[in-house]
Ligand binder design. Structure first.
Ligand SMILES: [Zn+2]
Length: 186
């Protein structure tokens, strides 16, 4: 029987010849580690205090893993958020998104300068920084894009070192954003 792919073989060879050399790019993510909160600038310290206050109001009866977030706006307002769980598990929302959505809902047009994130578990000691989940990274990236302004992230557990990043881009390179949805001439 004749091989049906025999006829397209010449085209495949032609394509291979015309392909340009592969291009590789590299992304460098930068994080700063502080041994403790004491080493942080005052503004970061204060924001963590707000996040630690917020974590106490989390509603996390199922995971027993409470997360608190505090968003600092350019006008000095601090907006708190904490995780809100639900008996229908998937509809619960993370602290970071509660905080940034509340900020955008109450102060539309005001840039977000920074977000502090912390956590508290009823089952074990959290001794390392808590970083935003993938969905929250995408949500925070949306507001960096919206306001064309980087958002500083300050992350800490109950104890231990503090992790700081100057932009969500360090957590989410090549982020999908509104630019990708703009019509381009065909
Ligand atoms: Zn999240």
């Amino acid at each position: 029987m004749k091989n049906p792919f025999e006829e397209i073989k010449p085209f495949i060879v032609l394509l291979a010849v015309e392909l340009k050399p592969m291009k590789q790019t590299e992304w460098v993510s930068k994080f700063t580690e502080f041994a403790s909160i004491d080493e942080l600038p005052d503004e970061d310290k204060k924001l963590i205090e707000h996040a630690r206050k917020s974590v106490m109001s989390a509603y996390a009866p199922y995971s027993r893993f409470s997360v608190g977030a505090a968003v600092l706006l350019e006008n000095g307002v601090v907006m708190l958020g904490n995780n809100q769980e639900n008996a229908s598990y998937p509809i619960g929302l993370c602290a970071e998104r509660v905080a940034v959505f509340a900020a955008a809902a109450n102060y539309p047009g005001v840039k977000i300068k920074a977000i502090a994130i912390t956590a508290l578990s009823k089952q074990f000691l959290i001794d390392k920084p808590i970083t935003p989940c993938g969905a929250c990274r995408q949500a925070i990236a949306e507001y960096e894009h919206r306001y064309s302004h980087p958002i500083r992230l300050i992350m800490v557990g109950e104890t231990g070192k503090v992790l700081v990043a100057d932009s969500i881009r360090h957590f989410l390179p090549y982020a999908f954003d509104g630019e990708d949805l703009k019509a381009k001439p065909i």
